[in-house]
Structures are given as structure tokens and as C-alpha cells.
Design a protein around this ligand. Sequence first.
Ligand code: NAP
Length: 322
Amino acid sequence: MTGAPSADILLLRKMHPLIERSLGGRFTIHRLDEAPDGDALLREVGPRIRGLCAGGTVDAALMERLPALELIANFGVGYDAVDAGAAAARNVIVTNTPDVLTEEVADLAIGLVLATIRRLPQADRYLREGHWPKAPFPLTASLRGRRVGILGLGRIGRAIARRLEGFDVAIDYFGRSRQSGVDYTYHDTPVSLARAVHVLIVVAPGGPETKGLVGAEVLEALGPEGILVNVARGSVVDEAALIAALRAGTIHGAGLDVFENEPHVPADLAALENTVLLPHVGSASEHTRNAMAQLVVDNILSWFEGRGPITPVAETPWRPRA
Ligand code: NAP
């Protein structure tokens, strides 16, 4: 690498091949998950690790073992698994991968809305299982004449809303504050939003602030014709309350890309016919995962070449030099 200091980088697990390929020749890479004794690896190389490539939990205890750590490059825009506050307190920069996945996740969210309302996976199963010659597939709910609510009108939320404009539906939203430059109807509580709409799309960040934001009261407000779609984090929805609501008919159905305890999905949820369940694939196309991986690499290169991080998260202490 021209003019850049070499550094020891820790990878917590197998990362996207582009990350391993790009960093491999330039830095000294250590893979925690491949070490026969992770504790011994941290004892040995922990003190000289300057960069961390993360796609999972990074807590204060781990940071404690990496006293020379400068940068945590998170693979993903959501960084609720990284203790960004603890990183900031240690002057450690955290970067994420915003924007490059926005349109992909918005596409997936729209797909999940339609799949859930029109029961596309169930219809596919119906055909494959040979039921069609005996009787047509039962009629479904519809997006026609419906209001759609977005909980978290950020980058992805806005991209979802832009797509929904083409579907000729009314759009409402909830966030911590009203946003300028949008005509959508604002609600100052999740319950108010849920009460006003038929389809509720959750796309706010995970973490302690949003834990269980969609609980029994919100589901009750969404009502028996309501559809819940979660492409945010499993923690934002109270899964037990959701299962109870789906069973009781408190809401009509749910489309979920994310779960409380991934990759484990409660059997109770999987047994329900009024759900469409995806294994956290919001950004999981080759195109977009490549773009995310490139941004992880670019953040690491930029930092260790002295140009600062490209996409630091809000909590991060770094400010550009004047
Ligand atoms: P973003 O631009 O930061 O948008 C987040 C939105 O959530 C903001 O509009 C914010 O609005 C709102 N928000 C933040 N904290 C909130 C709170 N405590 N209560 C209510 N609303 C809150 O982020 P993004 O790029 O759109 O990504 C959103 C999330 O999607 C990520 O954090 C990630 O967890 C998830 N995601 C999932 C997948 C997947 O594969 N399923 C892929 C990518 C991202 P206010 O500031 O007005 O509150």
C-alpha cells in the first residue's frame, strides 16, 4: 500500500470475500473465529490490533482487550450490535455502510408488503402442492385503497415511500420528529400511526431506544385488517406480542425479514399461515453486498492512509480536520 502504515486488523468472522481479498495483501489480518483458542489470540495480538471488521457484536469487553483500537468498520448500516457509545468513550471510530444498500432494502420491503398482502408464497405452495385443479386459491386482502405507515422515515424509509407513491396509496409516518420536505402525514406516536394505517412498515434502527417499540398496543391499534412488515431489526417488534396478535386475529398478517434471535425463528411464528418469513435478506444481493464490502474496505483504507473515515456513525468522536 503506497504511503500507508501497515496495521493489524481483526476480523470477527468470515467476511465478504471482497473484504478479505482487498485487506489481505495490505494489512496483517487475524480471524478470531478461525483461532483454535480465541482467548489466546486476543491475548497475543489484542494489544496491537488497530482496526476491527465487524458484522456482529462488538461490546465494551471486547474493546477492553484491544487497547490500540482506532476503528471499527461495521458491515451494514444498522450498527446496534456495536456499542458505539463505549467506542466513542475510548475515542474509537465506528463506520457503517449507509446509502449503498438503501434502494435494495426498499425494493425488498415493497416485495415483502405485496407478498404478505397477496399471500404470494402461500399461493406458490398451493400450486406446487397440486391444489389448483381442485379449487382456485382463496381471495386475499389488497393494497388497493389502503394507507401505508412508515415507522422510521430515514434513508430506507424515504426510498420505500418514493416507491409507494407509484402504488397510489396514502402515506403516513412516525419518527422522533416531523420531517421537512415531505408531504406525508406525520404522527407523534407509533400508536397514532398504527391506528391511521392498514400496512405498517418498520424501518427504524435497532437498539435500546427502539426495543419493543411495536408491542401489543401498537398491534391492537393496527387492527384486524392490519399488516405488519418489519425490515428493521427484530428487537423493534415484541415478537411474543406479535405471535399472540397473529394467532388471535388482532392483526391480519405479518411479513418479517428480521427476528429477535436470528438465525433462530420461533416455531410458533413459522407455524402461522398468515406470515411471510425471510432470512434477513434485505440487502442480500450480490450487487449490494459487493457495494457494502467495498465501503467497508474504503473506510479502513481511508482511515489508515490518514484521510479520515468516510462514513462515521453519529456517535463517533471523529470530526474532519479544518
Ligand atoms: P436512517 O437513515 O438513520 O433512518 C432511520 C430512521 O429511523 C430515521 O428517520 C429516524 O427518524 C428514525 N428513528 C431513529 N431512532 C428512532 C427512535 N428511537 N424512534 C423512532 N424512530 C427513530 O437509517 P436507514 O439507512 O434508513 O436504515 C434504517 C434501519 O434499517 C437500519 O438501522 C437497520 O437496522 C435496518 N436495515 C435492515 C436491513 C435488512 O436487511 N433487513 C438492511 C439495512 C438496514 P427520526 O430521527 O426523526 O426519529
